[in-house]
Design a binder for this molecule. Structure first.
Ligand code: NAD
Length: 320
């Protein structure tokens, strides 16, 4: 990766990934793009351009102007939002991906896009979900993610585009709020604990899903993109995760720092149904063996850092 274009760069992942990429590869070599303006740190610490990923012509022009050799495609509609507007999700998630892959093909650029635990469904084995297994999701988001994995395989096999991807679990971070996913509760629970000492969960007690701290997710993207391509047998996309948690297990960790924390439930049937169709825990052996994936943060270490960082964010406005 030398000259990188990031789409959807102001979202939960992009707003942190862009800053790390700029540290590693040089600020001027990382072009952040999004359909809107937002996070000033991302817009001002290096090049930023407005880009709607549905506009293939502009994407191609920007890639040419900035001499891009790597595309990191993040723009998408996430699971809960996609379920409210499935047609819009199909158009953006598939149309945007196809445009980004086409630009990568034209430029012979390396390509990364995330898949998700959402690419699995109710007939997938729930415990230690294998790398290669049944993928019959019942959500529009999941259908888009499976089709996306296959489309990336196709561009690799047919055109030789160096496509790579990860099946992310729910990502937990403090900088930018999540954008309408089913696992958002696992971020909101920390925000509620720090701000009000309480949280009402829309996901039911005992519903386990995979999660990972954002810094591990970012490290995984860079490690995979830098890995020797000859070793990648499952390039689109690798299971990665760090922990399998339910609301109660997060609450128990939070109470080690905020003993009075109260957790109650008001279950949202739509997001609960999505959660129940996803795995409880994924097997990450392929990622470990083929490119050395390793998560640094478990639930305990992540909880300590989330609470510290959110206290700084909410109560000392000058802190980052
Ligand atoms: P997000 O919703 O926080 O950010 C998405 C960004 O895309 C937003 O900044 C939005 O403005 C932008 N966008 C929307 N429509 C656009 C368009 N037409 N053109 C250009 N930009 C547009 O999402 P995120 O959490 O950063 O997720 C990024 C990717 O990672 C997605 O593919 C998502 O499915 C995947 N993923 C995320 C998680 C997670 O927990 N965050 C988990 C699994 C997979």
């Amino acid at each position: 990766m030398k000259r990188i274009l990031v789409t959807g760069a102001l979202g939960q992942i992009g707003s942190e990934l862009v800053m790390v990429l700029r540290d590693v590869y040089g600020a001027e070599n990382v072009l952040a793009t999004d359909v809107r303006r937002g996070d000033r740190e991302v817009m001002e610490s290096g090049p930023f351009e407005l880009l709607d990923v549905m506009d293939r012509k502009r994407m191609g022009e920007l890639a040419e102007n900035y001499k891009v050799d790597t595309i990191i495609h993040l723009a998408a509609l996430l699971s809960a939002t996609a379920e409210k507007d499935p047609l819009r999700a199909w158009n953006l998630n598939m149309g945007g991906l196809l445009n980004a892959l086409e630009v990568a093909r034209e430029r012979n650029a390396q390509f990364f896009t995330p898949s998700s635990i959402g690419s699995f469904g109710p007939t997938t084995p729930k415990e230690q979900t294998p790398q290669v297994t049944i993928q019959r999701p019942t959500t529009m988001y999941g259908i888009n993610k499976v089709a996306g994995e296959l489309l990336c395989d196709y561009y690799y096999l047919k055109y030789g585009v160096d496509t790579r991807g990860l099946r992310f679990p729910g990502l937990i971070s403090y900088k930018t709020s999540p954008g309408g996913g089913t696992t958002d509760y696992a971020v909101e629970i920390y925000e509620g604990a720090v701000r009000k000492g309480e949280y009402i969960s829309y996901i039911a007690k005992g519903t386990f899903m995979d999660m990972m701290y954002m810094s591990d997710a970012i490290k995984a993207v860079i490690t995979l993109m830098e890995a020797d391509g000859k070793r990648l047998k499952h390039r689109n996309a690798y299971n990665v995760t760090a922990m399998s948690v339910d609301p109660e297990s997060i609450a128990a960790e939070i109470r080690k720092w905020i003993p009075e924390f109260r957790l109650s439930y008001q279950v949202d049937p739509i997001r609960q149904a999505i959660a129940e169709s996803w795995p409880n825990s994924m097997d990450v052996t392929a990622a470990m063996e083929e490119w050395g994936f390793k998560a640094e943060y478990d639930l305990s270490r992540m909880t300590e850092e989330m609470i510290k960082k959110l206290k700084e964010k909410f109560f000392s406005p000058m802190a980052k």
